[in-house]
Design a protein around this ligand. Sequence first.
Ligand code: ZN
Ligand code: ZN
Length: 383
Amino acid sequence: MVRIEATPSLRIFRGSPVEGEIPAARPRGPGCGRTATECGDVAGTALLAMVLERVGESLVPRRLTMPAPSEGEVLLRVEACGVCRTDLHVVDGDLPEVRLPVIPGHECVGRVVAVGPGVDGVHVDERMGVPWLAGTCQRCDDCLAGAENLCGQATFTGYTRPGGFATHIVARAAYCVSLPEDADPVALAPLLCAGLIGWRALTRTGHARRLGLYGFGASAHIVAQIARAQQRDVYAFTRPGDIATQSFARALGACWAGGSNEPPPAPLDAAILFAPDGALVPLALRAVRKGGKVVCAGIHMSDIPSFPYRLLWGERELLSVANLTRDDARSFFATPATRAVHTRTRSYPLSAANDALADLRHGVFQGAAVLVPPRDEEACTWP
Ligand SMILES: [Zn+2]
Ligand SMILES: [Zn+2]
């Protein structure tokens, strides 16, 4: 059992009414000396989270003092939080300036339990999603040009702000997404990044009919369904020999599935790269026709090897997608094709976040991993 008293104060809740350091809450659980009723009450006073304290190490279960929402913020009780490849990049230190400790997780579905001052039109118990983009300055050239996804002052959920690998999360209300009340929160969670980033990447391909998807994970399995609903032909590229994922792609409507080292049966109009492997860039350029587009959707990618200019020549375009805007979220959730998406998920209890990350890293499941926080009565046994 983790001895919380030995835990230094966690500088996690920047922006909460208590500036800076938040002391860890007192330990609870079996043998804590409290009655069941008292322990049940803990669920309302302590925030349970899986915390990244050192880059490259496992997340650590922690019991933290419940934050209160500041001006413009809401406090949500987390119903489910998806596990994204970007969480792996945070854990591995692939992204710059990770400010530790941090609670990862940016595919967060929750219900409002408290509303901070200055928040209008949000009511308690309303379901909202907390995506990657957590805040922007709205003053810089990028924000003023409608490209808030490029804002240099942007904050990000589960990276520069506490994320959703927790029982509760504080988020800026203006950056939350309204979500359907009647949907399964586990099924919704992957839409909040895998879906949104995939959607932004898909829009960058224009009207491409023959669409290649490199890396058929959480994002691609959502994009494939939307692309099929839009009458596009989907070509799925997986790790060479990954027959199971190729079958999964065909089951979702892909007209062709094969290894990333294989040429498609017809030249593609566009390709989206979800796998963080720079070696895929020249392969994808080789697979698209003249005038075609290759869109890199990941936040991090290994180095791109050199390739002959003729692969780019012919007015092929190589693009990247960075973050997302609130308009992306609004248009994504308003699209009828989105409501028809069936996400394939594998649920893990919040305390098994490290297992979920490891399984994602090793590609042991199809679709998306989703963490489910403990119910109130289970909170007592949190480590
Ligand atoms: Zn800005
Ligand atoms: Zn993500």
